[in-house]
Unconditional design. Structure first.
Length: 435
């Protein structure tokens, strides 16, 4: 990813230096396990660990790979330059390149997910704070983009919190799914390496041994992992779209924080655009872009092919770096989002009580009017509001057919906003817990 949409901690996970350090640890731990089994001399295993403080020369490894056309062999050659060719002769014994590549990739994905989980927890904290802050801030709910019935801004934040809480669970499951390693040798049979080596290496790296691998770790794990990231990205876009709508000039129920000195347009000095949430919509597309290739990586030829490799070298860093940045950006947007309660009330009242139509409909049916007739009575008065700018309550009070079923006091009572917010505390208790 380009630096504009990257954060250093996540980028570092995918650096060549980090990758080669993990490769080294895999090889060194494998040597330890083989020495414990008496397969190789202990002195040779200890010699490998003497390189633990070495800064591996990426340029030198690239230079070797230019000749060998094989990245793992290039690394092993460079490692032998530090350890000594005789001392390093047992490195990688019985292993295959995928043992190193796949195990390393999963270590990187686990570390990346730990950052994403921390990001999500930060976002949840921001959503919860804003939800309680605006628990009783009334705004109009919309269906199909059209005014429906009253809700609260707190409920809007609360539903986003619940969605992101589910995403936290998805990330935790994705981490579990991907936290396996394989040191099983060619075609995964352990013919040339003891399964105890795999167990030792995985324990040292915080992984579980893959129950059965071929020459690669099964890619259904990675498909599930990237699918989970795609869902998280879609949820980010879900929040971003709502904020973008609220910032529309005709709506202006909320807007992104506009800092001192910030400019909205090179041409129009008055502009305050929702650039951060528009950016989040775009970043979500990038993360989801990885899902289909990850799914297609599941079907590999027999025990091994490398059709997945080029895909993963891109989507591994790109999706995790992008999602990390997006979660951080969304948290900042939520933290600083400017809310306009007066505009919310003004918007809700724009059609003069029309949003109470269902209450009147239900009252008429409860008073003995058939649902079909009640609907017609309410709709004919509602259309006068839509088409002529009338006041809904005034029209109902002037409708003789309505007054046959409902008194003026009963009609008046149906325009109480509190009716629509009476269960907010119940919903909050479901989302955040009773405490």
């Amino acid at each position: 990813m380009i630096p504009r949409y990257s954060r250093p901690e996540m980028v570092d996970i995918w650096s060549p230096e980090t990758k080669f350090r993990i490769w080294y640890e895999i090889e060194a731990h494998a040597c330890d396990a083989m020495a414990d089994l008496g397969v190789i001399p202990r002195a040779n295993a200890e010699a490998v660990w003497k390189a633990k403080d070495v800064e591996f020369d990426v340029a030198r490894i690239d230079e070797i790979e230019a000749v060998t056309k094989h990245d793992v062999i290039a690394f092993l050659t460079h490692l032998a330059e530090h350890v000594g060719s005789d001392q390093a002769r047992f490195v990688h014994q019985g292993m295959t390149s995928s043992d190193v590549l796949d195990t390393c990739f999963n270590v990187q994905l686990v570390r990346a997910t730990d950052i994403l989980i921390a990001d999500m927890k930060g976002l949840l904290a921001a959503l919860k704070r804003r939800a309680y802050e605006h628990k009783d801030t009334v705004r109009i709910g919309r269906s199909h983009g059209i005014h429906a019935e009253p809700t609260t801004m707190g409920l809007t934040f609360a539903r986003f919190y619940a969605e992101m809480d589910r995403n936290l669970n998805r990330l935790e499951k994705a981490r579990y799914e991907i936290a396996t390693g394989a040191i099983s040798g060619a075609v995964g049979t352990f013919a040339n390496i003891d399964p105890a080596v795999e167990e030792h290496v995985c324990k040292k790296l915080g992984l579980e041994p893959e129950p059965i691998s071929t020459q690669v770790i099964p890619r259904d794990r990675h498909a599930a992992f990237f699918a989970a990231l795609g869902v998280v990205a879609s949820s980010i876009e879900n929040v971003a779209i709502e904020i973008r709508h609220m910032q529309r000039t005709e709506v202006l129920e909320a807007e992104e924080f506009f800092s001192a000195g910030q400019k909205g347009s090179s041409a129009m000095p008055h502009k305050r655009n929702p650039v951060l949430t528009e950016n989040l919509t775009g970043l979500a597309r990038l993360v989801r872009m990885a899902v289909v290739p990850a799914m297609e990586n599941v079907a590999l030829w027999h025990e091994r092919d490398i059709s997945h490799s080029s895909v993963e070298r891109n989507i591994g860093p790109d999706t995790t770096i992008t999602l990390d940045f997006a979660l951080s950006r969304l948290t900042n947007v939520i933290d600083k989002l400017v809310i306009y309660p007066d505009n919310m009330l003004a918007n809700m009242n724009k059609f003069r009580g029309l949003v109470m139509s269902q209450r009147v409909l239900l009252a008429l049916t409860q008073a003995g009017v058939s649902r079909e007739d009640a609907y017609k009575l309410v709709q004919r008065n509602a259309m006068k509001v839509w088409e002529q700018g009338k006041d809904f309550k005034t029209e109902l009070l002037a409708d003789a057919d309505v007054l046959k079923a409902l008194s003026a006091e009963e009609i008046e009572e149906k325009f109480d906003i509190g009716y629509h917010t009476k269960h907010v505390d119940t919903i909050f208790a479901r989302v955040f817990g009773k405490d």
